[in-house]
Design a protein around this ligand. Structure first.
Ligand code: HEM
Length: 222
């Protein structure tokens, strides 16, 4: 049995993309081309990869709503768990490498910098979602499972706020390195708009089958 008959191209791409950040970091470390500020670089890269995977996990539902493509729905959990894995690495780098497990200093820093408080809240809120992402919890929690997992939109918004705030830019004058977090914020807003029932209904009625039926009835239409 070869790899391609066992896994779909989307599955393979997801695993490759998820591991790419670690592989790239290791490659740069072993070739001596890593940053001159390695701890900050590790913190930033793992944070960015975590938030990107989180946003990718949220794109699965709109992909299904708009294109009626079912497979992304099956890949949400993998993307979400990879996002959590990078969030854990991000936090470990912060507490271990950045602050050498000096807990009193860590607590002091957290409360001195509001963007870190937001990061901590984001991380704590991600934990129950990661734990309950498995099928057994879907059965145990019933309707509450969906309710719990819908909070991911709020959690992702907190992650974007943490990202934007850490950049020390100004969102109104677009100064500083604020563009990237702003793009993540806009993508997230778009996903939320697609979830509005009226918008969802519009996409649901605009199905591919309907388009084909229309084409058959009106062969000259293009
Ligand atoms: C206990 C929780 C967390 C702590 C203590 C923490 C800490 C930090 C720190 C200190 C930075 C600034 C790095 C620098 O620029 O020097 C940072 C940036 C960042 N964090 Fe977190 N973080 C936490 C949770 C999270 C979570 C859960 C996510 C995403 C899901 C996240 C995503 C990011 C991103 C995207 C950046 C900006 C990276 C960049 O500058 O390009 N963080 N975090």
């Amino acid at each position: 049995m070869n790899l391609f008959s066992r896994y779909t191209p989307l599955q393979i791409s997801i695993h490759l993309y998820a591991w790419s950040a670690i592989i790239w970091i290791l490659f740069e470390i072993f070739t001596d081309s890593f940053s001159i500020n390695p701890i900050q670089e590790l913190e930033q890269r793992t944070g960015r990869h975590a938030i990107t995977l989180l946003v990718l996990s949220l794109i699965c539902t709109p992909l299904h709503t708009i294109f009626k493509w079912n497979e992304p729905l099956k890949r949400r959990r993998t993307l979400g768990l990879y996002a959590f894995m990078y969030a854990v690495i991000h936090v470990l780098i912060f507490v271990n490498f950045d602050y050498g497990l000096a807990w009193s200093l860590i607590v002091q820093t957290v409360f001195e910098k509001p963007y870190i408080v937001v990061g901590v809240i984001t991380f704590l809120l991600l934990i129950p979602l990661a734990i309950t992402s498995f099928d057994i919890w879907k059965i145990r929690l019933g309707k509450n499972w969906k309710r719990l997992h819908k909070t991911i939109y709020f959690i992702a918004s907190l992650a974007v706020l943490h990202y934007a705030w850490s950049k020390k830019g100004d969102i109104f004058t677009l100064s500083g390195d604020i563009q990237r977090p702003l793009i993540y914020g806009l993508i997230l807003a778009l996903f939320l708009i697609i979830r509005i029932p009226a918008v969802k209904k519009f996409f649901a009625s605009f199905s591919i089958e309907r388009l084909f039926r229309f084409q058959k009835k009106n062969p000259t239409a293009d």
